[in-house]
Design a protein around this ligand. Structure first.
Ligand code: PLP
Length: 403
């Protein structure tokens, strides 16, 4: 299916949402969540934390509403938040960003991704991503009429093969869209991979869009923004958001940083998507970005504990886990079992195991589903007692897998 589809159909097709009759079906996320609710299962399908972000930060948003921050914020974001973003990039990555011309605040990372793609892609351009990929990428690429080329990530490391990366990028490529740390695999890419992306962007004159929403959620390894590597900044739009770093996924405050010409283009498109957003959240996020290092370390540490505890539970049940280096997610490998179709297993789990997970194949192109059908994604951004209750229930999973 290609260009003859209407734009919304291309979007839905890109994200695997069309059924065989061309109608939008229920997403697997909705289906699994409904099953989890029906069977009162522990829902490790969806990636949102079950603990609130810092109270003092929430209080700033409350106070801002009560003291009148209720009308349109400036289109690029408040000066205060843009300065805090710029300081954050220097504090953590030694990147010097001009808060006036090199930062734009967006309605979540999602809007910044959409605006970046809409700003630069012409029909028939190519966009290269890794596969599996975060679902909004394929949906937005579908909307732009670009061709979506993928570079597979291979278990057990989920690192891309550099030769495959080189052969996917060509002079037709307009954007290399990466996500690091990576949802859904939990991988953190090596500097070799990032340097190769930069070299290819220079060679083929393309832009890098780097989605780094999990920048603070790495385990035992430091996040390296691609923009901080030699030759990276000048071609990269870096995107992040307050959702994951501070457990405010519902606030939808995101941002993009990068060289002035790229940010100007993104801002031009963004102003006609939402214009501006969240005036009361912006002072709160500005303060959150200035939280002490101990906050970031403690939060990443607690997620790492969740990852370890869930991995240990799955491994104790005899299910191999690809241990994550970051994010909210880990991948379990059920290939060795009799029943190894993860879509089927994910549908059975809420009732038969009492835990919900998502098949990894929903994050890939329809023609590549078979390469990923033996993997399940579990979210571990949940409280310790929830993770240990899930780990206990998961001891019954092999029985379902061997049936
Ligand atoms: C890789 C990735 N990018 C972007 C987003 C969306 O971020 P936001 O909620 O800030 O729009 C998510 C949320 O799950 C994500 O996993």
């Amino acid at each position: 299916m290609g260009i003859s589809m209407t734009p919304w159909q291309r979007t839905a097709h890109g994200a695997n949402l069309l059924d065989t009759t061309g109608q939008p079906g229920v997403t697997i996320f909705e289906e699994i969540t409904a099953l989890a609710n029906e069977h009162q299962a522990i829902n490790l399908g969806q990636g949102f934390p079950d603990t609130e972000g810092p109270e003092e930060i929430r209080q700033i948003a409350v106070d801002a509403i009560l003291s009148g921050a209720n009308q349109y914020a400036p289109g690029s974001g408040t000066r205060q938040l843009r300065e805090a973003i710029s300081e954050h990039q220097e504090r953590f990555y030694s990147l010097k960003i001009d808060p006036v011309s090199e930062v734009v605040v967006s309605t979540g990372a999602t809007e910044a991704i959409a605006a970046a793609l809409l700003a630069f892609i012409e029909p028939d351009d190519e966009v290269v991503t890794f596969e599996p990929f975060y679902d909004s990428y394929a949906a937005m690429i579908g909307l732009t009429e670009a061709k979506h080329k993928v570079v597979p990530l291979h278990a057990p490391t989920f690192e891309p093969d550099l030769d495959q990366l080189r052969s996917a990028v060509s002079d037709q490529t307009r954007i290399i869209l990466i996500n690091n740390p990576h949802n859904p695999t939990g991988a953190v890419f090596s500097t070799d991979v990032l340097n190769e992306v930069i070299a290819l962007a220079h060679k083929h004159d393309c832009i890098i869009v780097s989605d780094e929403v999990y920048e603070h959620l790495t385990f035992g390894t430091k996040h390296t923004p691609i923009a901080s590597l030699p030759g990276g900044f000048e071609r990269t739009i870096t995107i992040s958001s307050a959702g994951k770093s501070f457990s405010f996924t519902g606030w939808k405050v995101g941002w993009a940083t990068g060289p002035k010409d790229l940010i100007t283009a993104l801002r031009t498109v963004k102003q006609f998507l939402t214009y501006s957003s969240g005036p009361a959240f912006q002072p709160a996020v500005a303060q959150a970005l200035r939280l002490p290092d101990t906050f970031f370390q403690k939060f990443a540490g607690s997620l790492e504990e969740g990852a370890k505890s869930l991995s240990a539970g799955l491994e104790a049940a005899g299910i191999p886990v690809i241990r994550p280096s970051g994010t909210y997610f880990l991948v379990a490998d059920i290939n060795q079992f009799k029943r190894n179709d993860a879509v089927q297993v994910a549908r059975m789990m809420p009732e038969q195991v009492g835990v919900a997970a998502i098949p990894l194949s929903v994050f890939v192109q329809p023609e590549n589903v078979r390469h990923y059908q033996g993997f399940l994604r579990f979210a571990f951004c949940k409280q310790p007692q929830v993770i240990s209750a899930a780990a206990k229930k998961l001891q019954q999973l092999p029985e379902v897998l061997n049936r």
